[in-house]
Write a protein that binds this ligand. Structure first.
Ligand SMILES: [Zn+2]
Length: 131
């Protein structure tokens, strides 16, 4: 069985990050659609699985790896956009962001120091806030 599978896949593109993502996305959509029961979503899942098979058995390596590279580039852009949400939350919890009442400059102040006098680094205006 394993040997037959190997012979079947010889010279074929096989799987990559894009097909693993498509598999995960298809499986997730399938589970979601158990509850939603939208026919269009079923067709989408089917198309998704067909696409995985087509890519897996493709002999056009250049085309498939180019698709995969585009997917990886898109994924890293997505991750760098959303990946820093924990960092932003941490920042929000440890710092207060104030705006200078005079020049609107944003100023980051660590929390938990009580009432403090803040000097704007841009216009030197001083104002008092609770940190
Ligand atoms: Zn200012």
């Amino acid at each position: 069985m394993r040997e037959r599978l190997e012979r079947l896949l010889a010279g074929r593109y096989g799987t990559d990050q894009l097909s693993r993502f498509l598999l995960g996305a298809g499986a997730a959509l399938m589970v979601i659609n158990l509850f939603l029961r939208i026919p269009l979503l079923n067709a989408l899942v089917l198309a998704d699985f067909v696409w995985i098979y087509v890519r897996m058995f493709s002999r056009n390596f250049a085309r498939q790896s180019a698709q995969n590279a585009r997917f990886l580039a898109l994924r890293s852009r997505f991750l760098s956009f959303f990946g820093d949400i924990p960092g932003a939350v941490r920042q929000f919890r440890t710092y207060h962001i104030y705006r200078c009442p005079q020049c609107r400059q944003k100023i980051r102040i660590p929390r938990g120091h009580g009432r403090i006098c803040i000097t704007c680094p841009r216009c030197r205006h001083e104002f008092i806030r609770k940190s």
